[in-house]
Design a protein around this ligand. Structure first.
Ligand code: NAG
Ligand code: NAG
Length: 249
């Protein structure tokens, strides 16, 4: 009887402690337990940013993490781009900049709704740990807030899909329908992963012809390196080409 009672007590204490741990889940734990953020979680570990993120999201100041799902990253970077920047030789230089661009703070007030992102923005900009601002487009409706990594270029923007408060000062914002990155970091990734062809004397391959022959992602990097006469005359950087071929912009 006594044994049964103490077994019950041990069990009750165990259940209570598990419950307490669950309730105190911090931002990183929340990301880790959500199957949509496997790329971000692995990248935070690989870049040794977990402790810094835990510190910034410890609740002492208002802070927002703008999480991009695996699907968004895959779509925004392309399968080859994503595979490239998560490789050990690039993850610390480039993926880390994407991660720090997701970290917004310190803010003047906590964010509870999508519309709060507009109201805490200063001159339409939110500060990030990466150092580049995120632009908040004035919402036509409170439920549709658009965040952008570049004030001019629409392709760097995404829509706020979900807002979840982790604690009184810390908020997890999930974005969808786009890829949020600063134009500068996007350019760096393009240069690192898809360097421009060394010489422009190689025969020009029209985009239509190469994409007709190489629709699979496996062929994309090599076809991307082939300079197209159209892209060369309009944009000398590799980025325009990269986008056109890999992302279809
Ligand atoms: C949270 O982190 C800051 C540094 O970013 C530190 O000064 C503060 O003491 C921490 N607060 C708690 C409750 O850990
Ligand atoms: C939230 O942040 C403010 C500003 O830094 C701070 O004064 C307040 O104590 C924080 N709230 C909590 C619950 O820690």
């Amino acid at each position: 009887m006594a044994a049964a009672r103490s077994a019950f007590l041990v069990m009750a204490v165990f259940v209570a402690s598990v419950f307490a741990t669950t309730c105190a889940a911090d931002l990183f734990d929340t990301l880790q337990s959500d199957q949509r953020f496997k790329v971000v979680v692995k990248a935070l570990v690989d870049t040794q940013e977990v402790d810094a993120l835990r510190d910034r999201s410890n609740g002492s100041v208002p802070f927002v993490f703008i999480a991009q799902t695996d699907a968004s990253l895959q779509e925004g970077l392309g399968p080859d781009g994503l595979a490239c920047i998560t490789r050990p030789e690039h993850v610390k230089d480039h993926m880390v900049q994407i991660l720090r661009f997701m970290e917004v703070g310190p803010l003047s007030r906590p964010v509870k709704t999508a519309a709060d992102l507009s109201s805490v923005a200063v001159d339409g900009k939110l500060p990030t740990i990466n150092g580049m601002p995120i632009f908040v487009e004035p919402a036509s409706t409170a439920s549709r807030v658009i965040l952008s990594g570049d004030a001019e270029q629409e392709q760097f923007s995404a829509t706020v899909a979900e807002v979840k408060q982790i604690n009184a000062n810390v908020t997890l914002v999930v974005v969808a329908n786009g890829f949020l990155v600063s134009a500068q970091v996007d350019e760096q990734i393009a240069m690192a992963c898809f360097p421009p062809a060394a010489s422009s004397s190689s025969p020009a391959v029209p985009i239509a012809a190469s994409s007709a022959h190489a629709p699979s992602s496996k062929n994309a990097p090599s076809s991307k390196n082939a300079p197209s006469s159209k892209a060369v005359e309009s944009a000398p950087s590799s980025m325009g080409l990269w986008r056109k071929l890999l992302r279809g912009y």
